[in-house]
Design a protein around this ligand. Structure first.
Ligand code: NAD
Length: 249
């Protein structure tokens, strides 16, 4: 029995990293995946990979920080798949800056994509998830739990995602909708390779006590996302699950 058989799932950030791995995983379990991202080429690659292995997926361009684009995207998804079973919100951006040099425009951009974008998607899908008794999986981060040196804006955005997700879980639980977060640690994706660090970045301040090694790919997070999104997670809501190889243990 495939856990997502004929169920429609929207995945944002599906062009890369954890979002792409989640889209592939959910499609491999029978889901009809509506792949959303800013990057058309990357989206086409994700959908091509899914359809090549017999899966069902479509792509849709959307800047998650844009209210109208988000509304249009959700409407397009619901029309294409006649409803929505789950939302997997993985679109996000990361940037490091010493806090005293943090530019307001950079703060605003990180909050706009990571926090406001996540909220806009949640807000737009909730009426449809009430219909389907569906669920939301949002991307928080261990940065929301431990903090992140030179990452004040990013960790604040992810802390906001955590608190917002718990609030949605409480508010919508009686209407049958679940909302959870994954908190990945340092996962090998486009986000973490080639990132610019401030010249004087003190890497010793970043928690690096890994109890597991060699398992840092995005698919390690995708399996947890799939569990939370489907019936296997039926009694889990308002939760944040660390997928960090034990870094914060
Ligand atoms: P990634 O950079 O590989 O993928 C992110 C995707 O989001 C990209 O395809 C990008 O085009 C898309 N995106 C960015 N801004 C967007 C926007 N405004 N609208 C639509 N799409 C947009 O990153 P990832 O590592 O796969 O991260 C996925 C999520 O997990 C992010 O929210 C990230 O903050 C979170 N996370 C990642 C790590 C990690 O170590 N990789 C750790 C903790 C949390």
């Amino acid at each position: 029995m495939k856990r997502f058989q004929d169920k429609s799932v929207m995945v944002t950030g599906a062009g890369s990293g954890i979002g792409k791995a989640a889209a592939l995983r959910i499609a491999s379990e029978g889901g009809r995946v509506f792949c959303v991202d800013l990057n058309q080429e990357a989206l086409e690659a994700t959908v091509a990979e899914i359809t090549a292995s017999g899966g069902d997926a479509q792509w849709h361009l959307c800047n998650v920080a844009d209210v109208q684009q988000v509304e249009d995207t959700v409407a397009a998804c619901v029309k294409a798949y006649d409803g929505l079973y789950a939302l997997v919100n993985m679109a996000g951006i990361l940037r490091f800056d010493d806090t005293e040099r943090l530019k307001l425009e950079d703060w605003d951009k990180i909050i706009a994509v990571n926090l406001t974008g996540t909220m806009l998607l949640c807000r737009a899908v909730l009426p449809h998830l009430v219909e389907s008794s569906g669920s939301i999986v949002n991307a928080a981060s261990t940065a929301a739990l431990s903090g992140l040196p030179s990452g004040a804006a990013y960790s604040a955005s992810k802390g906001g995602v955590l608190a917002m997700t718990r609030s949605i879980a409480i508010e919508y639980g009686k209407r049958g909708v679940r909302a959870n977060c994954v908190c990945p640690g340092d996962i090998n994706t486009g986000m973490t390779t080639g990132i610019d660090y401030p010249d004087n970045m003190d890497f010793d301040l970043i928690p690096r006590i890994m109890s597991l090694t060699g398992v840092k790919g995005p698919e390690t997070v995708a399996g947890v996302i799939a569990m939370l999104a489907c019936e296997d997670g039926i009694h889990i809501t308002g939760e944040d699950i660390r997928v960090d190889g034990g870094t914060l243990s």
